[in-house]
Design a protein around this ligand. Structure first.
Ligand code: ADE
Length: 234
């Protein structure tokens, strides 16, 4: 079974519409919607915004639903001038940009006493998502890169520049690394799929509401295509 997490209702509503044979279980104020998409077994859930909500949600998927993989879908701010609004970023790896134990000699972003700076996404899931994305979203570009997450909506060009120079991230959002972190501890493959809604700079507040719906359309189309492909391979 595949676990699919979106932070906001808008990010999962269209996916839920395509589900069949659904059963909803509410845990920690999150509605876990179990069923199938194109015959493929999935559990779709809105985690709520931010790293704590996202990590809790991923842990419930691991323990209660024993999912084989987790996909985090949604929108993000671009950190690279070549990655435009509407384009898709597939995670190579992910880290928490607001984790700071530099005083103890750790690089910024590294969680003390963990054996990795970033959490690596699953290569096979990413390759499959890339192939499908080019088919179902032919008008946009798909990129592979690092997703940097923090409990912060980035809308400031100095902060953006810091994220770029410090982490070489491709996009920034508020949940992916927490999901990657939980997936890593539970040894579950994961992938973050993010459509760009803004440039994470001073224009982000204006661009975000304008482009949110369009960006969500692209990530949802990819996700449905992915489930379709997975059900054929099953
Ligand atoms: N999600 C979409 N855009 C974002 C941004 N600029 N910062 C954090 N999360 C986001």
């Amino acid at each position: 079974m595949l676990g699919i997490i979106g932070a906001m209702d808008e990010e999962v509503a269209k996916i839920k519409e395509k589900m069949e044979d659904t059963e909803i279980t509410t845990i920690a104020a999150m509605d876990f919607c179990e069923g199938t998409i194109h015959g493929y077994p999935v559990v779709v859930v809105r985690s709520g915004i931010g790293k704590v909500n996202a990590a809790m949600c991923a842990q419930i998927l691991a323990v209660k639903y024993k999912v084989d993989a987790i996909i985090n879908t949604g929108i993000a701010g671009s950190l690279d001038a070549s990655i435009d609004i509407g384009d898709i970023v597939l995670s190579t790896d992910t880290l928490e940009h607001d984790m700071d134990a530099v005083a103890f000699g750790y690089p910024v972003g590294q969680i003390p006493r963990m054996d990795t700076l970033s959490f690596a996404a699953d290569d096979k899931l990413r390759a499959l998502a890339k192939e499908i994305c080019q088919k179902v979203n032919p008008d946009i570009s798909v990129f592979e890169g690092r997703v940097v997450s923090g409990d912060q909506f980035v809308s400031d060009k100095d902060k953006k520049e810091w994220l770029v120079s410090t982490f070489k991230g491709s996009c920034t959002e508020m949940e992916g690394a927490a999901i990657g972190h939980a997936a890593y501890l539970n040894k579950i493959p994961f992938l973050i799929i993010r459509a760009i809604s803004d440039k994470a700079d001073d224009s982000a507040f204006i661009d975000y509401p304008t482009f949110e719906a369009k960006a969500i359309e692209h990530s949802v189309r990819l996700l449905l295509g992915l489930c379709d492909k997975m059900s054929q391979n099953n």
